[in-house]
Design a protein around this ligand. Sequence first.
Ligand code: ZN
Length: 87
Amino acid sequence: MFCKNCANEISNEALACPKCGQPTVTAKIIAKSTIICSYILSVLIPFVGFFCGIYLLCKKSFGHGIANIAISIAFFFINLSIISALN
Ligand SMILES: [Zn+2]
């Protein structure tokens, strides 16, 4: 495939253009699935989702990072009340 930014020919498996550093479609799909996975984890396993949120913040994805942390804290208490209701 070719780089969208500088039209340099790059490998299909490449995550970024070696010439200009522009992320490829593959890298964008991986980034998107990481974000979706961390939302799912925030709901199911808030403890893990919380760290996924911090990871996203480190990756400079602030909106998704903060949303993930907020969801994981909210679901931590929701899951806690579900567990205590079951007992
Ligand atoms: Zn490029």
